[in-house]
Design a protein around this ligand. Structure first.
Ligand SMILES: Cc1cc2nc3c(=O)[nH]c(=O)nc-3n(C[C@H](O)[C@H](O)[C@H](O)COP(=O)(O)OP(=O)(O)OC[C@H]3O[C@@H](n4cnc5c(N)ncnc54)[C@H](O)[C@@H]3O)c2cc1C
Length: 144
C-alpha cells in the first residue's frame, strides 16, 4: 500500500495547484490521474491576470507559448467595437503538464474507481492511502 499525507484525484490545474500549495506547507501529496501527462484537454486556453497572480506565474518566466491580448474586437452585424482588456491565452497541453511538474508532487497514472473511508483516512482501490483526500477530477470527479 502506498501512503501519502494527501491524495489528490485529478492532476489538472486544480489538483496541481493544490499539490504545489501543500508542498509549501510541508505536506506530501500524491496526485492520481487516469491520463498520462502531457494530456489533451478541450479548452480555449483563456486565462486572466488573476489566475496568473493566484498561481504566482510571472508571464516572462513561463517557458511555453503565452499570448497577451490588450483589446477585443466585437462585431455585431455591421457594428464594430474595440474594447481594452488585459488577458492571456495558453495551450492546456503545455500549461497543465508544466503545473504538474512545478508542483514537484508524486504522480501516478491511475483511474480511481473505489474509495473507502476508515479510521486512518481513505483507501483508493486498495492501493493508495492517505489521511486526507482532495477531489480535483473535474466534471465527473469520483470523490464527489
Ligand atoms: C471547450 C471548453 C473550453 C474551455 N475554455 C476555457 C477557457 O478559455 N478558460 C478557462 O479558464 N476555462 C475554460 N474551460 C474550462 C476549463 O477547462 C476547466 O474549468 C478546467 O479544466 C478545470 O480544471 P480542473 O483542474 O478542475 O479539472 P480538469 O482540467 O478537468 O482536470 C481533471 C482531471 O481529473 C482526471 N480524472 C477524472 N476522473 C478521474 C478518475 N476517476 N481517476 C483519476 N483521474 C481522473 C482527468 O483525467 C483530468 O486530468 C473550457 C472548457 C471546455 C470544455
Amino acid at each position: 500500500m502506498y501512503n501519502a499525507d494527501v491524495i489528490i484525484v485529478g492532476a489538472g490545474p486544480a489538483g496541481s495547484a493544490c499539490a504545489w500549495k501543500l508542498k509549501q506547507y510541508g505536506m506530501r501529496a500524491l496526485l492520481l490521474d487516469k491520463e498520462p501527462f502531457p494530456r489533451l484537454k478541450s479548452c480555449a486556453g483563456w486565462i486572466t491576470p488573476g489566475v496568473l497572480g493566484d498561481l504566482q506565474i510571472n508571464p516572462g518566466n513561463y517557458p511555453h507559448g503565452l499570448t497577451h491580448f490588450s483589446r477585443y474586437l466585437i462585431t455585431i452585424k455591421k457594428m464594430r467595437f474595440r474594447l481594452k482588456t488585459n488577458q492571456y491565452a495558453i495551450r492546456r497541453i503545455e500549461f497543465d503538464s508544466w503545473l504538474l511538474q512545478r508542483s514537484e508532487a508524486e504522480f501516478a497514472v491511475h483511474q480511481v474507481r473505489q474509495i473507502e473511508k476508515n479510521d486512518n483516512g481513505f483507501v483508493i482501490d486498495g492501493r493508495f492511502s492517505a489521511m486526507y483526500l482532495v477531489g480535483a477530477g473535474g466534471t465527473n470527479c469520483p470523490v464527489y
